[in-house]
Design a protein around this ligand. Structure first.
Ligand SMILES: *[C@@H]1O[C@H](CO)[C@@H](O)[C@H](O)[C@H]1NC(C)=O
Ligand SMILES: *[C@@H]1O[C@H](CO)[C@@H](O)[C@H](O)[C@H]1NC(C)=O
Ligand SMILES: *[C@@H]1O[C@H](CO)[C@@H](O)[C@H](O)[C@H]1NC(C)=O
Ligand SMILES: *[C@@H]1O[C@H](CO)[C@@H](O)[C@H](O)[C@H]1NC(C)=O
Length: 364
């Protein structure tokens, strides 16, 4: 090969690789994910006793390699899309990292996910699913990751790294579903207003704990219209959304918004983007055609009325038109719905994001 061609090829390679780097621009050094099954990417695969599992078909039917990974979805979930938007690899499940290696040699530099199906803000919320990583436990695991990062990067290095990283929190649906899912004899005796106030107060303590361990930029995802999940519609003969569950989802979100305002005045250097999942989800349900959906009531995968009598199990049936469905199973959105939600978290207008969207949060 003559030098001219070699030079041409290496120039081409440089141009090509810089284009590649440009298109994959990292907007934040790391994503630390906290939450429930809406963003679980496989932590629960490692919880022997948990009933909240999705590491079997037909989950993952549209995932690369058609693999059931533990995501409660036909394909990628909101955690994957969030990472993609930030130009990062999907944050791996914490429990898979520590099972493969051990804390002293695992790398958490690009982020990690603590999200766990069935998890709630309250430790007791996962009783229905026997086992999960409740938020408090997720934050305790993050504390070990923080120590590891300090060892690797030094104290100042870790602070700098974490101050630019995104801490995404998607939690609260299970607490509300647990409250309204149970009949009045087993329902938590707390009055609903006190229940949602207490959710917010408990969350606030955990957010402070994360701040004390270097977290500065918070992507706070509000609770969706949980009353419109196929599981809740299935309880009504009319198949309408549960107005009660929706009402208290809105009330909780209001408390969440005000606690975030309180926190930024208490915690120096903290910033956040709050996302109004509730309104976006209601939009998808009320104007499905505008977003390319046709089925907003029934789950794609399941059995029985609205495919909501049973979860998505190997014996369940599943639909072929998954892009038309808002819900994959009785609780969780399809990949198509999750993608629209994350597009709005990242670059939504002030109608849905407050006081800024995630794109603005990472740029600030
Ligand atoms: C970490 O250490 C464990 C046990 O010493 C080993 O089995 C594993 O392969 C290591 N992982 C990495 C990523 O080096
Ligand atoms: C964990 O990893 C470190 C470093 O690779 C190694 O020295 C240690 O023996 C490992 N511990 C266990 C329990 O595997
Ligand atoms: C019931 O609600 C209270 C908050 O009002 C909470 O502290 C408690 O943990 C809840 N109990 C369960 C079992 O979830
Ligand atoms: C963000 O939204 C604005 C319009 O609101 C649009 O012009 C811009 O291209 C979007 N950017 C990205 C990265 O999606």
């Amino acid at each position: 090969m003559d030098h001219g061609l070699g030079l041409l090829l290496s120039c081409f390679f440089i141009v090509f690789s810089s284009l590649f780097i440009f298109s994959e621009a990292q907007l934040a050094p790391a994503l630390f994910m906290f939450g429930d099954s809406l963003v679980d990417v496989g932590n629960n695969n490692h919880l022997k006793l948990s009933l909240a599992k999705a590491d079997f078909p037909h989950n993952g039917v549209d995932f690369p390699g058609k693999k059931p990974t533990g995501r409660f979805c036909n394909g990628k979930n909101a955690a994957d899309f969030l990472a993609e938007k930030l130009g990062l690899p999907s944050a791996p499940p914490y429990l898979s990292l520590i099972s493969k290696s051990n804390l002293s040699n695992a790398s958490f530099v690009a982020g990690v996910s603590f999200a766990s199906g069935g998890a709630g803000i309250f430790d007791g919320t996962d009783a229905l699913y026997k086992q999960s990583l409740p938020l408090k436990k997720q934050v305790a695991y993050y504390a070990t990751v923080y120590e590891r990062l300090v060892q690797q990067l030094g104290s100042a290095g870790a602070q700098e790294h974490l101050s630019k990283s995104v801490f995404a929190v998607v939690i609260g649906s299970n607490d509300i579903l647990g409250y309204y899912g149970s009949d009045s004899s087993t329902r938590n005796k707390t009055a609903p207003q006190q229940f949602v106030d207490s959710m917010a107060a408990t969350l606030k303590e955990q957010l402070k704990g994360m701040y004390n361990l270097g977290a500065r930029k918070f992507a706070m995802v509000g609770v969706g219209a949980v009353g419109c999940c196929p599981s809740q519609r299935n309880k009504k003969s009319t198949e309408e959304c549960s107005e009660e569950a929706n009402y208290w989802s809105v009330k909780y979100n209001e408390r969440l918004k005000s606690l975030l305002q309180e926190l930024i005045s208490e915690l120096k250097g903290m910033s956040y983007s709050y996302f109004d999942t509730y309104s976006v989800m209601l939009n998808l349900i009320q104007k499905p055609a505008a977003y390319g959906f046709k089925e907003v009531k029934a789950a794609c995968c399941g059995l029985g009325n609205l495919n909501a009598d049973f979860p998505c199990l190997p014996i369940s049936t599943y639909c072929s038109n998954r892009k038309d469905h808002v819900f994959w199973d009785l609780y969780h959105p399809t990949e198509a719905a999750a993608s629209i939600v994350v597009q709005n978290i990242f670059n939504g207008t002030q109608e849905y994001t407050f006081p800024m969207n995630l794109r603005q949060l990472v740029a600030a």
